[in-house]
Design a protein around this ligand. Structure first.
Ligand SMILES: NC(=O)c1ccc[n+]([C@@H]2O[C@H](COP(=O)([O-])OP(=O)(O)OC[C@H]3O[C@@H](n4cnc5c(N)ncnc54)[C@H](OP(=O)(O)O)[C@@H]3O)[C@@H](O)[C@H]2O)c1
Length: 323
């Protein structure tokens, strides 16, 4: 089976490429920057130029492709309106997929998205989900919550660096999942007819609140955290302010997203149907405790080495100056 992966340079997309290659799939990556994507080529994937903002670049990338895994989304750093990528780019991609007789289209949405369709980024997901379902293509839609990998920059790094960790007042919990496990389930679903034309959740084994994650990081790193709380009303206010300026629409959309997450019920659901369809034992998946344990032990080892080198260098300097 020949796969086209969109978003292959992203947090989830790269894990999907890695897993698909390991399992013997032929993988093409739809990328807009070949230099940034060079590591994917080193892994054995083929790179094809495509930019969701540029409709004419989309159809040629589907030549010889059996299935599409779309893990792309607008970057926060991109200055234009996310709709160009997450809405219009996806319409074109789905239409091109129909013409190219693509056998399976995998799309990633957000858990409980239909509850928050007033939020622009989520609304786009809901529109594309509906468009894909009505397209006549065979699809699988996975509804995600959050990724372990995102927690490193949000919590682990600031705690290690003695920086402030920002959290909101009204904290709800979320069932984060390792992107390597999401990739494993996604790639498995490509070979299963049982996941065809299904909307399935893809969440971790347990929900975590910000405070629980911070406590885990403190325990494993031996460091105390500095926590600052942002009241949710400030986020609402910032969102309204940023929406006044076109250049900050992207920021406004992201803030809207944060507000939803803080106001929602716990982002979690039962995964038993998915595990049974894919015949995977949930216990095979990484737990957040183990993911962080490995991360902190690697960082601590590195810090010890750096400390050891700098102590050795300064004692050598002292010894040299004694002569
Ligand atoms: N992160 C989460 O916690 C979370 C939660 C729920 C759902 N999801 C969904 O999961 C999927 C993967 O998310 P992620 O966090 O892994 O994404 P990410 O790390 O932000 O990566 C986004 C990817 O999309 C690509 N992209 C952006 N604009 C593009 C364009 N104009 N043309 C072609 N490619 C473009 C980026 O390429 P460049 O490297 O060139 O920028 C990158 O590969 C997305 O559908 C997202 O909505 C994520």
């Amino acid at each position: 089976m020949s796969l086209l992966v969109l978003g292959a340079t992203g947090t989830l997309g790269r894990q999907i490429v890695r897993r698909a290659l390991d399992e013997g799939f032929q993988v093409k990556c739809f990328v807009r920057n070949f230099r940034k994507a060079a590591f994917l080529k080193e892994w054995g994937a083929e790179l094809v130029y495509g930019d969701l903002k540029l409709p004419e670049t989309i159809p040629p990338t589907l030549l010889g492709i059996t299935a599409i895994v779309d893990a792309s989304t607008a970057r926060t750093s991109d200055l234009y309106n996310a709709a160009k990528i997450d809405l219009y780019g996806k319409y074109i991609l789905i239409e091109a997929a129909k013409k190219a007789y693509i056998k399976r289209y995998i799309f990633f949405s957000i858990l409980n998205a239909h509850k928050y369709s007033e939020i622009p980024l989520i609304q786009m997901k809901v529109i594309i989900e509906d468009y894909l379902i009505k397209s006549g293509l065979d699809y699988t839609i996975f509804n995600l919550a959050g990724f372990f990998q995102g927690l490193i920059t949000q919590y682990a790094l600031p705690i290690l660096d003695n920086q402030t960790v920002w959290i909101t007042d009204d904290i709800k919990s979320m069932a984060y999942m390792d992107t390597q496990d999401i990739a494993k389930l996604t790639v498995r679903s490509l070979s299963s007819t049982k996941t065809k034309n299904k909307i399935l959740p893809m969440v971790g084994y347990k929900s975590w609140s910000s405070i629980e994650i911070i406590e885990l990081c403190e325990k494993l790193s031996g460091q105390r955290s500095k926590i600052s709380r942002i009241p949710v009303f400030i986020l609402h206010l910032l969102r309204r302010l940023t929406y006044l300026f076109q250049w900050s629409w992207n920021i406004s959309d992201r803030l809207a997203f944060t507000v939803v997450l803080t106001n929602s019920d716990s982002l979690n659901t039962c995964m038993s149907e998915v595990y049974s369809l894919l015949q995977i034992n949930q216990k095979e998946n990484e737990r957040l405790e183990d993911y962080f344990k490995e991360y902190f032990s690697k960082v601590m080892k590195k810090l010890k080495e750096i400390n050891y080198k700098s102590t050795n260098q300064s004692s050598r300097k002292i010894n040299n100056s004694n002569f």
